[in-house]
Design a protein around this ligand. Sequence first.
Ligand code: GLN
Length: 449
Amino acid sequence: LVDASYKRIAEVDDKVKAFLTLDEEHARQVAKEIDGKLGTDEQKGQLFGMPIGVKDNLVTKGLRTTCASQILDNFDPIYDATVVSKLKEAEAITIGKLNMDEFAMGSSNENSSYRATRNPWNIETVPGGSSGGSAAAVAAGEVLFSLGSDTGGSIRQPASFCGVVGLKPTYGRVSRFGLVAFASSLDQVGPITRTVEDNAYLLQAISGVDPMDSTSANVSVPNFAEGLTGDVKGLKIAVPKEYLGEGVQEDVKQSVLASLKVLEKLGATWEEVSLPHSKYALAAYYLLSSSEASANLARFDGVRYGYRTENPENLIDLYKKSRSEGFGDEVKRRIMLGTFALSSGYYDAYYKKAQKVRTLIKQDFENVFEKYDVIIGPTTPTPAFKIGEKTKDPLTMYANDILTIPVNLAGVPGISVPCGFSEGLPLGLQIIGKHFGESTVYRVAHAFE
Ligand code: GLN
């Protein structure tokens, strides 16, 4: 499998551009070491010998980790993220590190400071973002599995654009230790795979409480794959009218309605509901995520790690120049927005207000989940867009995440599964569950396979 993975990468990655760094020598060595164990009692790991790609914002010991930023261009971490250690325990083999928008800020991979990953379905279009490399690598058959991260849609939106399965777990389900922080109260690591079953196995391997992350939850981890019975009889589905409203392309709506028909045939029922505060989610998200980012990214000071400017005049000059030269435009835009929102004169008007809106959004979800098992809608308002189409106007780029962002604000789990095509480009169905309700989310998603 490892051979096949590198062979496929050699064949297609100059077009897809999913990988930033390959770990070929080491991966082949690990494969050789475990090869003799195949089929014996010593084959213990649940992902034994499976080639996997890892988003480049998860630290990997001794393996370059850049966050697709010039400021970390030369950064080789000295430890593994918890999820990476867990992959090793499961005996998966890391093939390399995957491209992304710089510091996970973006929806198209065009904010990578290295290169823009392409959508394997049509290389004139974007793969989505920020985990675009992770989704494209799985779609192009370069790896069987990958890990992404999702702060406002960065697993589900690229999964939707690339026709693969991507899950953002409940906040706290998976450890964030070793995930380079963007917005700590929203970030979650999650699996991107070809099938729902694979996704369940990968989530199983990376889940669980971690003493190194105080926000990881001490809840039991069910056997996710065991629940994939195909049975959705009696299941109650809510379809928010806000998710099929203005701005959502007609054929996207039609594919969601067709998917609901499939579930109805299998014995589920659905009703229209309202998540009335959805319209404020985008504004609240950009205030909160940028505020957190402005604090989190303060550590990149040109001293502790990463890029340092040459010949600074003094310490302040060193900070200023290292950060000005090391960060890209979108990252600077978020740091400035966040710093402004947190400044003493504006804190109440912006940050605090956005926190209150977040609570209202969370309550919207809680109200719906009192009566229904899952919420269903599209993952994105449109299929993948053309490279360059939205780069001039950050606000139209931000609007692409309008259907995924509320899920992060509420902290609940959400998956994107393929549900059709629009002019040859894949579409994704989003299934949202209750807190720690991944098993139900998977069960519904699996009904389509
Ligand atoms: N596109 C959104 C943003 O730029 C979400 C990114 C993410 O989930 N990491 O903030």
